[in-house]
Design a binder for this molecule. Structure first.
Ligand code: ZN
Length: 156
């Protein structure tokens, strides 16, 4: 079966940065499953997988425009500590989820200086070239319910 919209695709993958660091990879024997065409994975990888089928292997470099977007300095903000009410120990590297027009956004604390907390709303992988090594494990039709929900259900 060939990968096209409304197919459930399972892939093994490894994602590395341009300097060769492994950023993410699927666990051994546990491929990642997604619905093709539903925006479950980054656009550049989804396009590269169109037309492939089970057993195919590919390497694809996705630029930020087709990945997690360019870095945007306007998303770096300095906030007063009182905005973090209820969090006693704010530390560099902590991440929070915030709702925005683009959906769920991850905010990372990048600096703590007394009462001033610097946060970065860029996706941690924004501005990076994403180098994927992918092997297609399987392809099947998505069920009507999966298509309606926009995500994969566990196989019965
Ligand atoms: Zn569901």
């Amino acid at each position: 079966m060939v990968i096209a919209d409304e197919k459930v695709v399972s892939i093994h993958y490894k994602l590395t940065s341009d300097d060769g660091q492994v950023i993410q990879e699927s666990a051994a024997g546990e491929p990642l499953s997604y619905i093709h065409g539903a925006g479950n994975i980054v656009l550049g990888l989804e396009s590269a997988l169109s037309g492939k089928s089970g057993g195919d292997k590919l390497k694809v470099s996705v630029n930020p425009e087709q990945g997690y977007g360019p870095r945007n300095d306007a998303l770096i903000q300095e906030l007063p500590r009182k905005m973090f009410e209820g969090i006693d120990d704010i530390q560099e590297g902590m991440q929070f989820q915030a709702q925005s027009e683009q959906g769920t956004q991850v905010i990372t604390v990048t600096n703590v200086d007394g009462d001033r907390i610097t946060v970065d709303g860029n996706h941690p992988l924004a501005g990076q070239v994403l180098n994927f090594e992918v092997e297609v494990d399987s392809v099947r039709d998505a069920s009507a319910e999966e298509i309606a929900h926009g995500h994969v259900h566990k196989e019965v």
